[in-house]
Ligand binder design. Structure first.
Ligand code: ARG
Length: 275
């Protein structure tokens, strides 16, 4: 009986202590987040101790899930994003989301910037500001290695062609007349659809297409010049009007380009140096 009471009392004390701690934490958290004065975007990031980058992780070598742990997003863009965080002396937090939702999430302030192999377009520039172009690429078609029936834009007519939702690849595919188009959220899913014969091909950024043919096997890349009208290159996006953060990002890219860091990264991720 006595043992039981002691046990009960210990439990009670423990519970109260835990509750007490939580209560205290809440109170101090509240006071910390209370806005004292208007901070600039970069000051806010420094105060938070972290910067949040948005991306979509089925786009190797720009960004993909590290097979070592099955969850960390790694890649060329993530290394650049890390350099931005380092320049500010803060931690990098990566939010992996649908490509189609990135600019929206940036506008609402859920993200500080977007690094997602994102092509700079006039349409996107209406809702975000972009850094200097850090990489240029074109669009290609990925089909089964055994498929000899698609060699040109004309051959794509009547074929089932896929691309990632909300991308310039989707736009490029739809410039080809008469295709049977399908969009999906993830590039790896699209590649599996080609492998399984559900669709005939995927329009995707060249380096990414090459990477998937290497990692999956049984696929090949076809160059279709008509897919490459007006690709301006990739940039990092910030919220419209956030000049301060944009400058930090542009300075980071400049530094990487002059100190050799950029060349190291293009080599590390199998990208060819382009100016
Ligand atoms: N460059 C293309 C675009 O801007 C595709 C980018 C897709 N990026 C990704 N992380 N899934 O629309």
């Amino acid at each position: 009986m006595l043992k039981k009471i002691t046990a009960l009392m210990t439990a009670l004390v423990l519970a109260l202590t835990v509750a007490g701690c939580q209560g205290n934490k809440k109170v101090s958290d509240n006071t910390e987040t209370e806005p004292k004065k208007e901070l600039s975007s970069v000051e806010k990031i420094k105060q938070a101790g972290k910067i949040i980058v948005g991306t979509e992780s089925t786009f190797p070598p720009y960004e993909s899930i590290d097979p070592k742990d099955g969850k960390t997003v790694v890649g060329f863009d993530m290394d650049i994003a890390k350099a931005v965080a380092d320049k500010l002396g803060v931690k990098l937090e990566i939010k992996d989301m649908k490509f189609d939702g990135l600019i929206g999430a940036l506008s609402t302030g859920m993200l500080d910037f977007v690094a997602a192999g994102m092509t700079v377009t006039d349409e996107r520039k209406q809702n975000a500001d972009f850094s200097q172009i850090y990489y240029k690429g074109g669009q290609v078609l990925v089909i089964l290695e055994s498929n000899n029936s698609i060699k040109s834009a004309a051959d794509m007519k009547g074929k089932k062609i896929g691309a990632q939702l909300g991308t310039t690849s989707e736009k490029a595919a739809n410039l080809i007349k008469g295709i049977n188009f399908k969009s999906m959220d993830k590039v790896d899913q699209l590649m599996m659809e080609v492998k399984n014969g559900m669709i005939d091909g995927v329009v995707v950024d060249d380096v990414v297409g090459i990477q998937y043919t290497k990692s999956l096997g049984g696929l090949k890349v076809v160059e279709i010049p008509e897919l490459n009208e007006g690709d301006a290159g990739m940039g990092i996006a910030v919220q419209k009007g956030n000049e301060e953060l944009l400058k930090v990002i542009n300075d980071t890219i400049d530094e990487l380009k002059t100190n050799g860091g950029f060349d190291k990264l293009t080599e590390k991720w199998g990208l060819l140096r382009q100016d």
